[in-house]
Design a protein. Structure first.
Length: 606
């Protein structure tokens, strides 16, 4: 069919040119031309029936040829259409990643530049089963900003239901709210969806083809900052990070409380590797702060100086956020003795009483000091001037940055105990357990640990030994190996008190075992047997196999308690090398020493 001047907006010369050109174009060329005009100029045509109001599609320079297609399907229709649009794109030179929403790792969403969503609505406006988790993620605080993402939604529904295509509408609205730009407007399809779906596919192909081909080499959007750019946030300038999740990993009946805390790093440009630590600046327990103020007879609202720059704060806030009040040190004792007229305190810090002072300091805090030596009367400003700054607490990172972009996870066991007739608290651990919830913020920074790193060669076998919260970095290790597709064997030794209540991250280990990311796992639950069994006992039971792994070049990693566990594990490794390799004790020690020198034996102990 030829264009006529009377029914077109073109003049006679333009009509003649178009009539010569159009018959020579293939279907693909026609689609490309349509998309090119749409992407570069915007469209003035009216929306087709069943579509959302037409908006001018966003044109972006240097559009990727990679497209992610996600489907949420209850009966299989949406999945079939997702496969169809994927094939259409692949036939036109695009690289397509097709996935069910339930199989897609939502933390990778921020990496996606071109996103197509094909989803049905189930029941009264509900997402289909395999879209529920992704739908929840997208509508949570964890959803990332998507300014660099272009998207389009094909929604399937039934107009006999009140909430027609509601799930598709939900995705379309939410993706826009997160900063995404539409490739083409959403298409809402009734039960007879073939023509509408085909139209949407053609529009998507046209727009993507035009945008990728017509991208200008210059004058485009400003390039994003390279991922390697150093963050402005550090130990001295912590990032105020939002808490996304704070869960108790222990089961009902456990006498332990272990928190799994997920924290957003979005906007910080903070980067980390498995083996690194997260520094958290905590707050002291409000009850201890109030008890100290009361014991000293101070005014909680009195203004005191909190740093060398002369900044001021109320006394209550200063004791809560700025100063260490749960530990005593020799320098502090000596400084306080100078402020006090208490003779017993002055004698305690004097010459010849070093052992007595050491014994007194152990297990006591500032309230003990105030009460034991009747220090009431010392001015608040003078007292806080000798206090140590509240230090950050470091926790082994329990996540892979590749698996969880812009997030960091930590595993923290709440410390509570009674001493000298009073309940004591771990400063940061109890704050996380009792006073931090999703939506709150924490001052954080990354503490790099170059001495606890995965082997450069991903095919190197690794042996990980981490009882209790010491298992945290190994969750990061395995997450990283999974993302890298590493082929090397992995072996985890894990221990805690009870299998039924204290098996941290049990489901994740089981999944990794099933998927082959974790080759083998040996566990020791010390309170489930008459005789206490620890990880070192499991190591000895598997001594021949463990030594074989060492001979194959395996790297060994140990994380957890330094005071006892790490020493026991070290002695066990030496014993295994000695008995399985036929070495003398000295030769076994040298074997381990060489492993350490080769960075094949690394420890993160505390």
């Amino acid at each position: 069919m030829e264009l006529q001047v009377m029914n077109s907006p073109f003049n006679q010369d333009q009509v003649e040119l178009l009539n010569r050109l159009l018959p020579t174009l293939t279907d693909t060329q026609r689609i490309w031309l349509s998309g090119y005009l749409t992407a570069t100029q915007g469209s003035a045509s009216a929306a087709a029936p069943g579509t959302a109001p037409l908006a001018a599609p966003a044109a972006a320079p240097a559009i990727s040829k990679e497209v992610t297609v996600l489907f949420g399907s209850q009966s299989g229709k949406a999945q079939g259409l997702a496969k169809k649009v994927s094939k259409k794109l692949e036939d036109n030179g695009f690289q397509v990643a097709l996935s069910s929403m339930s199989d897609f790792k939502p933390n990778g969403l921020k990496k996606v530049q071109n996103l197509l969503v094909v989803v049905s609505t189930h029941g009264e406006g509900e997402p289909p089963d395999n879209a529920i988790s992704f739908h929840e993620f997208l509508n949570s605080k964890r959803a990332p900003k998507l300014e660099d993402t272009r998207f389009s939604v094909l929604a399937l529904g039934d107009t006999s239901y009140e909430l027609f295509c509601q799930t598709g509408k939900d995705f379309d609205i939410r993706l826009e709210e997160l900063g995404g730009k539409r490739i083409v407007p959403r298409m809402d399809c009734d039960v007879d969806f073939d023509d509408a779906a085909a139209e949407w596919m053609n529009q998507v192909l046209a727009s993507l083809s035009a945008a990728s081909s017509a991208a200008a080499p210059a004058g485009g959007a400003t390039a994003a900052a390279p991922s390697g750019e150093e963050s402005e946030f550090s130990r001295t300038n912590p990032f105020q990070a939002e808490v996304l999740e704070n869960l108790n990993l222990n089961g009902r009946g456990s006498d332990r409380e272990t928190r799994h805390v997920e924290i957003s790093l979005e906007g910080s440009n903070l980067q980390y590797e498995p083996g690194d630590c997260l520094g958290i600046y905590p707050e002291n327990h409000p009850r201890l702060v109030e008890e100290i103020i009361e014991a000293m007879g101070w005014n909680a609202e009195e203004s005191v100086t909190i740093n060398k720059n002369g900044e001021k704060s109320s006394l209550r806030d200063a004791l809560l956020r700025n100063f260490e009040i749960t530990l005593l040190t020799k320098p502090l004792m000596e400084q306080v003795a100078k402020l006090s007229s208490n003779e017993r305190l002055q004698e305690l810090v004097g010459p010849g009483r070093e052992q007595d002072l050491k014994s007194y300091i152990h297990g006591r805090d500032l309230l003990d000091l105030v009460q034991d030596f009747s220090l009431k009367g010392i001015p608040a400003g003078d007292f806080v001037a000798v206090l140590r700054k509240l230090p950050a607490r470091l926790y082994s990172i329990a996540s892979s940055n590749k698996a969880f972009p812009d997030e960091v996870h930590v595993t923290v066991r709440a410390v509570r105990y009674e001493n000298l007739g009073r309940e004591r608290y771990g400063v940061c651990s109890v704050q996380l357990a009792e006073r931090i919830k999703a939506g709150d913020t924490l001052p954080v920074y990354i503490q790099n640990n170059p001495n606890f790193k995965l082997p450069e060669n991903p095919d190197t076998p690794i042996i990980m030994i981490g009882p209790g919260t010491g298992v945290a970095p190994f969750r990061a290790f395995l997450g990283e190996r999974e993302e890298l597709g590493a082929e090397g064997k992995t072996w985890l030794f894990y221990g805690d008190q009870h299998f039924s209540t204290d098996f941290l991250y049990q489901i994740e280990w089981q999944k990794w075992l099933k998927d082959g990311v974790l080759t083998r796992m040996d566990v020791a639950f010390s309170r489930d047997t008459d005789q206490k069994v620890y990880v070192q006992h499991r190591m000895l039971e598997k001594s021949a196999e463990l030594y074989k792994w060492l001979q194959e070049g395996a790297s060994v990693y140990v994380c957890g308690d330094e005071k006892k566990m790490a020493h026991d594990v070290h002695h066990t490794l030496a014993k295994i090398i000695e008995q399985e390799g036929g070495f003398s004790p000295e030769e076994a020690a040298e074997y381990l020493s060489r492993m350490q020198h080769q960075k094949r034996y690394q420890r993160d102990v505390y």
